[in-house]
Design a binder for this molecule. Structure first.
Ligand code: A3P
Ligand code: MG
Length: 287
């Protein structure tokens, strides 16, 4: 096989495509009769592929993967380097081998993803992300920072419309907010009411942020729990596209922190951000 791309962004796309292909093959081979077995096999196959390609082609870089033992531990800032080498590394790949594991195991669903992001100590941006790719294997596409998608259209087809409050997305059209199918923030229904917005339930943080990038929805709000790998690659692509991304209190998202929990975020078009953040202010203390 030919060597993968040398440029990191293109390499991230290559990795996400390879892992996505392996996941599609696994799904076809195992079927959906035993969802638990399919989920476990999916996590394992994709993690091992990404881990071994990273070890082969980027041996000097550290890796933070959802599927690594101990990945959820909050290492103290002064932890021994052999315990958490990523905290001393200049470059760290933050990967979620299978985001939306639950949806992957459900027949016919396409809202699951492979996340590959690169964090660099000297990136110049608060989030530190210098490249990434969201693989959407069942949608037959990869969104990556190597070819950032065009900024989403300002208005969407009338079919998505409805009589909502006046809003910046276009006359007579409700704001559409992607939300977790299984664990939406408890305040989200109320927030949507206040904004006159429609909630669009979907699986996978990557699939939801991809929907913001393509303009299928106007924003994504999450709170109540998540980890760095759930949002690193999608945030890398969204911000490379020119979209807004922050914590729900408006502060910067930061990656490769000692504690990998990153429980909340908002990703949306820039014109919508002030209104969404203002509405979120009332809900900051509710998970
Ligand atoms: N309250 C919570 N606590 C921890 N992780 C959460 C969470 N809500 C969502 N997530 C994680 O965020 C990802 C997207 O979730 P959702 O589909 O519900 O929006 C999933 O990743 P994985 O599928 O990689 O586990 C899920 O585990
Ligand atoms: Mg995930």
């Amino acid at each position: 096989m030919a060597a993968p791309p040398v440029i990191d962004g293109a390499f991230a796309r290559w990795l996400a495509s390879r892992a996505g292909q392996a996941l599609l093959e696994l799904r076809a081979e195992l079927g959906h009769a035993d969802p638990g077995a399919l989920k476990a096999a999916g996590d394992k196959v994709s993690h091992e592929l990404l881990r071994s390609e990273l070890a082969r082609w980027r041996p000097a870089d550290a890796v933070l993967s959802e599927e690594d033992e101990g990945s959820r531990l909050a290492w103290a800032a002064g932890a021994e380097p052999e315990v958490a080498p990523r905290l001393r590394a200049d470059r760290v790949w933050i990967i979620d081998p299978l985001d939306g594991t639950r949806e992957f195991s459900e027949e016919g669903r396409t809202d699951w993803a492979v996340h590959v992001a690169l964090w660099a100590r000297r990136s110049g941006a608060p989030h530190g992300l210098v490249g990434g790719a969201i693989g959407l294997p069942a949608q037959h596409r990869v969104l990556g920072t190597d070819q950032p998608p065009a900024y989403p259209p300002m208005t969407l087809p009338a079919a998505t419309g409805g009589a909502g409050a006046p809003d910046p997305v276009g006359p007579g059209r409700k704001i559409r907010l992607a939300a977790s199918r299984s664990r939406p923030p408890v305040f989200l229904a109320e927030l949507a009411d206040e904004l006159g917005a429609e909630l669009v339930p979907m699986g996978s943080a990557g699939a939801k942020i991809a929907a913001v990038i393509t303009g299928e929805v106007d924003g994504y709000v999450h709170a109540g729990g998540q980890y760095e790998w759930d949002s690193a690659a999608p945030v890398a692509v969204a911000t490379a596209t020119g979209l807004f991304a922050s914590r729900i209190d408006g502060s910067a998202l930061r990656y490769n922190q000692a504690d990998p929990r990153l429980p909340d975020l908002v990703v949306c078009r820039k014109d919508l951000a002030p209104r969404l953040l203002a509405a979120l202010q009332h809900h900051l203390r509710v998970p």
